[in-house]
Design a protein around this ligand. Structure first.
Ligand SMILES: C[S@@+](CC[C@H](N)C(=O)[O-])C[C@H]1O[C@@H](n2cnc3c(N)ncnc32)[C@H](O)[C@@H]1O
Length: 416
């Protein structure tokens, strides 16, 4: 059900379409991220078992100025993947920007739907194999209703990628929002509210928590749209791991991946054997809760999920036919980022976690190009004197280590 706050939200995204984007920048770079990345969908939703030749129909609900839509449409176009990407949002201003971005890229696989995602049930749209809803549910009058609307158009066996806000990494946001509700009430014109917010930000006391929060910077570097979205948003709420998991379970959904998995693992945060023994007694959800509470830096939660009856069995990385693929880099660049001590450092908003890889990891990763299969890589390395057994052990350790940071995944099979 829409309400007066929702009308203010709609007005916000007309005045300040989010995120701020200049379509001309499409000639220079592709913005990528999670959720909605093609390789992640292939792996975390379909377990790398759905053929790349099967048409993929995706929906970006609350697509905004088009980041996710453009990313996936471009990735599908580049890889000649059949299907379509439907952008759906209420905002006319966002539609114009997203369409202009698609035009610069000459993308022809996007369908445009200007409407509310709450109207999806009975709309005749879909069904969709993948539904993306990034940074939207937490603005809705009833997020559970939003999720129901999305699942109503989800194809059997399909999956959903979501991002919602998380509380700890947003420390300070809600205090400033409280202050601004007093000085710049939601009923005032957006331009006036923005002006007030900028003035407040210039004088934010040194003790204010937002000044100390370095886990996101959209209110500083995201232009007027970023500042408005974070500090003047008429409605947003943040979910702890537990709350988000409950929202998903109530909708009949199971999480297939918390992105990145390593963030939700408390073990690297507490390298102490006694604590490890205690951690081992916790359920997976409790471990994730512990990691969230300890790290304190999570400002969002990103998940891939499917209906509880559709949870994929992830393809076996040990099969010769499995094709590893590096997300957002080449195998060679990943190999080069291995430190002399055999670790790769992942930086999670200031939290630096070393991921230990076996000595052969660099040689293996250098052969990963998204085309070669595990069997072919094994053969190349065998010719260089790496025995089959040693390869298998090293490959598995490399894959497991880098899968946990969402960097190394398995590709969708090419054949039907
Ligand atoms: C914070 S923006 C996120 C944009 C985009 N998903 C991204 O992550 O870049 C929220 C978007 O949700 C849209 N939105 C909010 N309520 C909606 C609704 N009921 N139906 C469709 N879109 C909605 C807004 O218009 C806005 O574009």
């Amino acid at each position: 059900m829409s309400d007066a706050t929702d009308a203010q939200l709609a007005a916000q995204y007309e005045a300040y379409p989010y995120p701020r984007r200049d379509p001309r920048d499409e000639a220079k770079r592709l913005i990528v991220g999670s959720p909605g990345y093609l390789y992640e969908i292939d792996y975390w939703i379909f377990g790398a078992s759905r053929s790349a030749s099967r048409p993929l129909h995706a929906l970006f609900a609350g697509g905004g100025t088009g980041d996710g839509t453009i990313m996936l449409a471009q990735q599908m176009a580049r890889e000649n993947r059949p299907g379509s990407v439907t952008w759906l949002d209420r905002s006319t201003a966002s539609l114009r920007i997203a369409q202009a971005r698609a035009e610069v890229r000459k993308l022809t696989n996007i369908v445009w739907e200007q409407r509310s995602l709450l109207d999806l049930p009975g709309s005749g749209l879909g069904p969709f194999d993948y539904i993306d809803c990034c940074g939207v549910l937490h603005h809705l009058p009833d997020p559970a209703e939003g999720l129901r609307a999305l699942t109503s158009v989800l194809a059997p066996g399909g999956g959903i990628g979501l991002m919602v806000y998380a509380p700890h990494g947003r420390t300070g946001v809600y205090m400033v929002q409280d202050a601004l509700r007093l000085l710049a009430p939601p009923g005032e014109p957006p331009t006036e509210r923005l002006d007030t917010a900028k003035r407040v930000m210039r004088h934010l006391p040194q003790t204010n928590w937002l000044r100390h929060n370095r886990f996101f910077d959209d209110h500083i570097n995201g232009g007027d749209a970023g500042l408005y979205d974070i500090l003047l948003n008429p409605r947003d709420r943040a979910y702890t791991v537990r709350e988000f998991a409950a929202l998903l379970a109530d909708a009949g959904l199971s999480v297939t991946c918390w992105v990145e998995p390593i963030r939700y693992d408390p073990v690297p945060l507490l390298p102490d054997p006694r604590l490890r023994a205690r951690i081992d007694l916790l359920s997976p959800l409790q471990k994730a809760e512990l990691a969230e509470a300890l790290a304190g830096n999570m400002s969002v939660h990103i998940v891939y999920c499917t209906r509880q009856e559709d949870v994929p069995v992830l393809a076996d990385p040990e099969r010769d036919e499995a094709v590893p693929v590096v997300r957002d880099a080449t195998g060679e660049t990943l190999a080069r980022s291995i430190n002399p001590d055999g670790t790769i450092i992942v930086n999670l908003e200031g939290l630096r976690i070393p991921v230990a890889l076996p000595p052969q990891a660099a040689a293996i990763l250098s052969q990963v190009n998204g085309q070669r299969s595990v069997g072919e890589i094994a053969a190349i390395l065998a010719a260089r004197g790496i025995k089959e057994d040693a390869f298998r052990r090293a490959w598995l350790a490399t894959f497991r280590g880098l899968q946990r940071v969402n960097r190394l995944l398995l590709a969708a099979p090419r054949s039907a």
